[in-house]
Design a protein around this ligand. Sequence first.
Ligand code: ADP
Ligand code: ZN
Length: 218
Amino acid sequence: MKAIIFGAPGAGKGTYSTRLKAKLGVEVIAMGDIFRAQVKENSELGKKVKSYVEKGALVPDEIVVEVLKQHLAKVPSGAGVILDGFPRTLEQAKTLETILKLDVILLLDVPDWIIIERLSSRRTCKNCNAVYNIRFLKPKIENICDKCSGELYQRPDDSPDVIKNRLKIHQDQTSPLLVYYQEKNVPIIISKTTAIDTPPEPLVEQMFEELQKLKLTP
Ligand code: ADP
Ligand code: ZN
């Protein structure tokens, strides 16, 4: 299965893709996680992307595409892949077509007000990138990751100004891609969130069942 997971910042792409990874045994390539790790290490790549990531601006295509290719090259042949955070622009979508053939789009449909509530109370594990929410998806012990006992932190781009910028970019540049994929007849599985405290499990289960119908599960 070659999939992209699609949705606004804070829609739950990371949460869903890690759960689907565990259920399906696929690889997940999460562009934002990759960039944050590089910034933290202060690598050459990290230095190049730092200012963009901090502002919630898009990293230039040449860099993103190169990073994507490097990570795809590491995926064992025949393994499924979920791309989280790529493509975000029409240019990126066109480039992706020359690299792989998508089987399905996993679309997280979440109303704006929920997105804003969630992003401002989101916490991320410093160590394994697991995502929590201090109001709606709490860790068992405050500020500590359930999975790896790592410390939780608030992403600097989860501040109100940067959130606004990321949402605008999503609206202007990323959400139009949906029409593009509809026109290409790529199957789309839609997972709709309507309440702020909906736990991810039932929605992940539904998504899994839809993937089964498309014969994309192992
Ligand atoms: P979000 O919650 O906004 O979806 P991500 O963790 O996926 O956050 O991405 C964080 C940041 O990494 C983005 O704001 C952007 O600076 C950079 N980034 C991630 N993916 C891409 C991409 N495909 N193209 C350009 N920049 C990207
Ligand atoms: Zn962790």
